[in-house]
Design a protein around this ligand. Structure first.
Ligand SMILES: [Zn+2]
Length: 149
């Protein structure tokens, strides 16, 4: 029976007759080889340790390796709660000092859609907006310059 190093050297993944740690690629290959049923004369990892704890696992070699195969059940990721919709305006409308219409669906402060923005004081509009459309105004943060006017 081969040692792990002899096996890796045969594949060109380790230098024969040396000492030291194996590379990541070498370790991965060892793991792959073990899973495919290969054993090494110097195997340091006690394979059936887990099997002894699990009553389901049989004592056959096949059963021992079954416990090493990752469970194929799909991983369930926690769901990120959706931000509650606070309003249904779709966008806010404003006008620049030159009178050009500006529409935005994103709050400048929190970068969330205006329908879900929960900024205290309201949706922050772009600094290029000089006046907010009366329809959007109740939802928006008062413009800094409008206080000064
Ligand atoms: Zn916001």
């Amino acid at each position: 029976m081969e040692t792990q190093r002899e096996y890796l050297a045969r594949l060109g993944l380790a230098k024969p007759g040396t000492r030291g740690r194996f590379s990541l690629a070498a370790k991965a290959e060892l793991e792959r080889a073990r899973l495919s049923g290969m054993t090494f004369s110097d195997s340091t990892k006690a394979v059936p340790k887990k099997a002894a704890k699990t009553p389901k696992t049989t004592n056959t070699e096949e059963g021992e390796f079954d416990s090493l195969i990752p469970d194929e059940s799909p991983v369930e990721y926690p769901k990120i709660p959706e931000k509650p919709k606070l309003r249904n305006i779709g966008r806010v409308i404003g006008y620049t000092a030159e009178g050009n219409k500006v529409a935005s669906d994103i709050c400048l402060s929190c970068a969330h859609h205006v329908n879900v923005c929960s900024c205290s004081g309201g949706i922050e509009v772009s600094p290029i907006v000089a006046t907010i459309d009366p329809e959007s105004e109740p939802y928006c943060k008062p413009l800094a310059n409008s206080i000064l006017v």
